[in-house]
Write a protein that binds this ligand. Structure first.
Ligand code: GUN
Ligand code: FE
Length: 480
């Protein structure tokens, strides 16, 4: 045992269940895992022994732990223009902002690549993101730099070198062969890195990936068993683009009408890319068949609510997907979503879900021929599913993400056998929330999940190590 923490723990074992464990002792092993967790009074002699050796972290009254956040979809290369250009549709936005910025990563001095990525990684760590699933850029060396930075800063990360070989702008496009070769080299480079960083095979999205490329990436996934990520059925203009290239491809057959366009899910699946270690961002425009396909393959969705408000033109039916047996995690999608904070993503997940419920409520009343405030006629009833609330959002941001990555036995909970990836919240720091002192622990957490940010976080651990701590308040943040 490396150290023991004693205090309150708040976590979500299942989507509707908030567990608040008071005065709990948690022992962290030197390998970064939680060795045991139990009521502190049951182990008072062990706690005292660790205190005597200076290996006890006793949380103060205003502090408590939650599991760290898992950001299942974020572009580490896109922080520089976050918060600009939000007026454009997706495909124009990619051309105007994303591609020019990402292309530069192959030409920047190494020190600058490191510095850009270090800022991105520290920013999310400070906001409680202990695991991030990253898109880097198409450049292998710069993407390896991101993996190195994550290892140095102590953030658990899945790092993707982007693959793209068609419909890309000049100067930011790979040949199929080069993309596959570089991806294989990228994956192999992880042998030299600690296990908290892992490679993820990353076809950008269907518009920029040929069938040959996807087939080759599928083979790499089978060979190395690594995770997969991409964007799927993301926006109205992306759906139109995929249909348009499908029609072009079949033009010479003079099909009339064209054969039906395969969905993004069908195309990925054809190449063996939908696995139980695959996470697809957005997935707004899924057919019923797609939902069943994702369920059958064990493929998860990275829900990126803020980004969806701007680019998708649709709302993800999270409850209904979970009911169908599809796993869902939460993502910020910087820069499609402008905020790097998972608390912000949680807030937008709640807002998006409420918007969906409101829309359904109005639609059902309209169809029933009654006003929104009038009761349904006899024989019909309102079957609108309840909107997600902050507890559900906390689940998606922690345990939901862990399940989505197929790491539900290692991440997302502070319990025996899990990795110690944790956030220390402190209601006595930060000037952004008024705490009266009379809130229950649950109310404190509720306030933090709605109003909180990095100012309320005293310390962040990943794999049992302190990755980030507030330096301006040493008294409150003397973390082990
Ligand atoms: N779809 C394809 N590439 C991207 C990207 O960089 N950001 C977002 N939000 N969507 C994409
Ligand atoms: Fe994205």
């Amino acid at each position: 045992i490396d150290f023991v923490v004693v205090g309150d723990i708040c976590q979500t074992p299942s989507i509707d269940d908030l567990a608040i464990l008071t005065n709990t002792a948690l022992a962290v092993g030197s390998d970064g895992s939680i060795v045991w967790q139990c009521p502190a009074e049951d182990v008072s002699d062990i706690v005292e022994a660790h205190a005597a050796q200076g290996r006890l972290q006793r949380l103060s009254k205003g502090q408590f732990l939650t599991p760290g956040f898992i950001d299942t979809h974020i572009h580490a290369s896109q922080h520089s223009y976050a918060g600009t250009g939000m007026d454009k549709p997706l495909m124009e936005w990619l051309d105007a902002y994303t591609f020019p910025v990402e292309r530069q990563f192959a030409h920047l001095p190494t020190a600058e690549v490191h510095s850009l990525y270090r800022r991105a990684v520290r920013r999310t760590l400070r906001n409680g993101t202990t695991t991030a699933v990253y898109f880097a850029t198409a450049d292998r060396q710069a993407s390896e730099a991101l993996a190195d930075v994550c290892a140095e800063e102590g953030q658990r990360a899945f790092v993707g070198k982007i693959s793209m070989d068609r419909h890309c702008p000049p100067g930011y496009c790979e040949t199929t062969e080069k993309s596959l070769e570089e991806t294989a080299r990228f994956i192999e480079s992880f042998r030299q890195r600690p296990s908290i960083v892992q490679p993820v095979v990353t076809p950008r999205f269907i518009p920029t990936c040929s069938d040959e490329l996807l087939a080759g990436l599928g083979a790499l996934v089978r060979e190395h068993g690594c995770h997969v990520q991409s964007h799927m059925s993301e926006s109205i203009d992306e759906m139109q683009f995929v249909e348009a290239i499908h029609q072009l491809k079949d033009d010479h057959h003079k099909h009339n009408p064209y054969p039906p366009c395969p969905t993004d899910a069908e195309i990925f699946d054809r190449h063996g890319l939908l696995t139980d270690r695959c996470i697809m961002a957005h997935a707004i425009y899924l057919s019923e068949g797609d939902v069943e396909r994702l369920r059958a393959r064990g493929t998860a969705i990275a829900h990126c609510p803020l980004s969806n408000f701007y680019f998708a033109g649709g709302l993800l039916p999270v409850r209904s997907l979970l009911r169908s047996g599809v796993r869902v995690g939460l993502g910020t999608d910087v820069a499609g979503g402008y905020s790097p904070s998972m608390i912000n993503a949680m807030q937008h997940a709640v807002t998006a879900s409420r918007a969906l419920s409101i829309q359904q409520h109005h639609e059902r009343h309209r169809l029933a021929g009654v006003k929104p405030w009038e009761p349904f006629p006899a024989g019909s009833s309102d079957t609108t599913s309840p909107a997600l609330d902050w507890v559900n959002a906390l689940y998606l941001a922690t345990r939901g993400g862990a399940e989505a990555l197929n790491m539900g036995k290692q991440l997302g909970l502070l319990a025996e056998g899990y990795r110690f990836d944790a956030v220390l919240w402190d209601v006595t720091i930060g000037d952004n929330i008024d705490f009266t002192g009379s809130e229950s622990r649950r109310e404190q957490l509720e306030k933090l999940m709605h109003l909180g940010d990095d100012r309320n976080i005293a310390c962040v651990w990943v794999d049992g190590q302190v990755s980030c701590r507030r330096r301006d308040r040493p008294a409150q943040a003397d973390c082990k």
